[in-house]
Design a protein around this ligand. Structure first.
Ligand code: CAA
Length: 629
């Protein structure tokens, strides 16, 4: 180790610094404020050969070394940590596994476009139940003929949904645990492969992070990366390299904060002199600079060892852990030097303070880095002797008052109306619907809640569900995205880990998929009823009763059953066809189709169609509720 960079590295540093100062620095505040992905800057990086720095020229890369790549991430992050991670996730996580484990065909088809910057890459490992414990992957891949069929969900995926190529880990043999996990190259656009909205994050807001959803995605068997069962090792070895990138990102963020604080300390005068003359400030700066230098040496050493094909997992973990830990300290000190001004939105140091935090969390929390470092020092220790087994943990949970879910009773009668009738009779026997609550009673004290999720699709459907809640005398609540992203419900009504905790006896989850974050808010709820069009929605696992169907239809029918009247009594139960304008009147019914007078719209059979134009039931909306009466 030379403990120095050569002139080529320093030229690259100057080049990246100039590019990011020119293109990103002026808009960094806006990207952060609007959580906007800098798509145009990807072209700048591509044109300047930054998207495949450590890959060979014949593979589409720039033919530089791992250190050059680390320097590029550091310099991007010095201005904007979000931009730094776009390059890091693309290079280390999306591209590396294909470069290292891909066969010639895969390299030609996928590596070249990634390394040359034609395509953007991403890595899909993390799941709701497989974060630090990556071996708990629940996504499955089943070989059927010439394809693997992928089902499952990945969360917190950097560069999604903008990335084109995803290296995804799925279990091909769950019984074999880590040795049953395989890696696949999955392309955006494959049927059944969809994304969630991009998360609203605390920091690195110019990067994009979203969920990947796989529903019977047919991945050609040629897209298996490496061998079946080799996926966990591919993931682990990829993360070893990824950690160099995140360490460089942390260093860059902290360096940016330090540079600003140093300049400010020389400019800002108090007590008749620049604040830097006070040892309280100058010693802080001395400590900050020392930590940055130490982090830089750890990172560059790990990069050099990787480049020389020496074992480097230990060095990468040390670099990631140390650089991210000190990034928080340096950003904190930088903000302290700025005083009250640093606390204001729009200040670079405020943004960096938020950006730095993620670096101690992703690509392996710093606790996991310590596990990796310790196991490199001590060898792999025997597992399971101290950790309670899952079953034991469940029984502990039950003793603490929360029973493990007993299993959902799916209600699936001949028609949806029959299913709802059955559900209504179950609910009537257990809950008192004559005791009506206000719709906006505080979440914590509501006894019966209708929860709305993203499955409501639009505000009109959500408004219909809110009308049902009013009629049923239930409070309204829902998921965070339903409140924050789609504004279906007010922000003070969302339930979940980051929202409020419900203590209701009954929660009717409508169009809610059942993410862990939301379910955390339902820990104290006694009975969950799930209504979802997706029979595989995870919410069904936690519910007592479930109906697969459209939430609005189910709620209309439920209201009719439980309130003993039409869902739309306030306007005579009239519904209008949105295609031809025909109005269904329950007083008249639809005798030509065998619908007797007195039949509410909700009670019409599922396959009933408009007698004028043949439109389906779902094409009708309540007449008079949308201002058209
Ligand atoms: N390289 C190659 N193989 C490795 C390896 C490595 N670095 N580490 C472990 N393995 C192998 C082991 O040799 C073992 O192989 P055998 O079955 O043949 O013996 C196998 O993998 C299982 O090893 P362990 O028993 O040690 O695995 P474990 O289940 O105890 O997990 C862990 C170890 C280190 C905790 C691992 O789960 C881990 O790294 N967790 C953190 C996950 C993580 O970093 N996630 C980040 C997601 S990506 C991200 O965050 C990106 C972003 O947003 C930017």
């Amino acid at each position: 180790m030379n403990f120095t960079t050569d002139s080529r590295h320093e030229e690259l540093r100057q080049k990246v610094r100039a590019l990011v100062e020119q293109h990103i620095a002026p808009i960094a505040m806006t990207l952060d404020e609007k959580s906007e992905f800098p798509e145009e800057f990807l072209n700048v990086m591509k044109e300047n050969g930054l998207m495949g720095l450590p890959y060979a020229k014949e593979d589409g890369g720039a033919g530089e070394d791992v250190l050059a790549y680390a320097i590029a991430v550091e310099e991007l992050s010095r201005v904007d940590g979000g931009v730094g991670v776009i390059l890091s996730a693309h290079t280390s996580l999306g591209t590396y596994p294909i470069a290292a484990y891909g066969n010639e065909e895969q390299k030609k088809k996928y590596l070249y476009p990634l390394a040359s910057g034609e395509k953007l890459g991403a890595f899909g490992l993390t799941e709701e139940n497989a974060g630090s414990d990556a071996a708990e992957t629940e996504t499955t891949a089943v070989l059927e003929g010439d394809h693997y069929i992928l089902n499952g969900k990945k969360i917190f995926i950097t560069n999604a949904p903008y990335a084109d190529t995803y290296v995804v880990f799925a279990s091909t043999n769950p019984a074999k645990k880590t040795r049953g996990i395989s890696a696949f190259i999955v392309e955006k656009g494959m049927e059944g492969f969809t994304f969630s909205d991009h998360y609203n994050k605390m920091g690195i807001r110019s990067s994009s992070t979203a969920e990947l959803r796989f529903k019977n995605v047919k991945v050609p068997k040629e897209n298996l990366l490496g061998l079946e069962g080799q996926g966990f090792k591919i993931a682990m070895s990829t993360l070893d390299g990824g950690r160099i990138g995140i360490a460089a990102q942390a260093l860059g963020i902290a360096q940016g904060a330090f540079d600003e604080a140093l300049a400010y300390a020389k400019e800002r005068e108090q007590f008749g002199a620049p604040i830097a003359v006070n040892q309280g400030i100058s010693f802080k700066l001395a400590d900050m600079a020392t930590k940055l230098e130490a982090a830089r040496l750890l990172i560059y050493k790990a990069a050099e060892k990787k480049q020389n094909h020496e074992p480097y997992a230990l060095n990468a973990a040390m670099a990631k852990m140390y650089a991210s830990d000190i990034a928080l300290e340096v950003c904190n000190d930088a903000l302290q030097i700025f005083g009250g001004s640093g606390y204001l939105k729009g200040m670079g140091v405020e943004r960096r303070y938020r950006d730095a935090k993620i670096t101690t969390i992703y690509e392996g929390t710093n606790e996991i880095q310590r596990v990796v470092i310790a196991s490199n020092l001590l060898g792999r220790l025997k597992k399971g002797s101290t950790a309670p087994a899952k079953a034991e943990a469940n029984s502990n949970k039950a003793e603490a008052g929360k029973a493990a879910p007993a299993g959902v009773q799916m209600i699936d009668e001949a028609t949806l109306a029959d299913s709802v009738k059955k559900l209504a009779s179950i609910l009537k026997a257990q809950f008192d619907f004559s005791n009506k609550e206000d719709i906006d009673i505080p979440i914590a004290s509501a006894k019966k809640i209708i929860g709305i999720g993203q499955g409501a699709m639009n505000r009109e459907n959500a408004a219909r569900a809110i009308d049902n809640a009013k009629a049923l005398g239930m409070a309204i609540g829902g998921s965070r995205p339903a409140a924050e992203v789609h504004h279906f419900i007010a922000m003070d009504r969302f339930i979940g880990m980051s929202g409020q905790k419900a203590n209701a006896d009954l929660y009717i989850a409508c169009g809610i998929s059942g993410s862990k974050m939301h379910m955390k808010g339902l820990d104290n709820v006694k009975t969950i009823v799930a209504i979802n069009t997706d029979p595989d929605a995870p919410i069904f696992k936690d519910a007592a009763y479930g109906i697969v169907g459209d939430m609005n239809e189910v709620l209309d029918l439920l209201e009719a059953e439980l309130c003993g009247k039409s869902d739309n009594d306030d306007n005579g139960g009239l519904y209008q066809c949105t295609l031809c304008g025909y109005i269904y009147d329950p007083v008249i019914g639809d005798p030509e189709s065998g619908i007797a007078p007195g039949t509410s719209f909700a009670a019409l059979p599922d396959d009933w169609t408009c007698p004028i134009c043949g439109a389906k039931k779902e094409d009708f909306i309540p007449f008079g509720k949308d201002g058209q009466k």
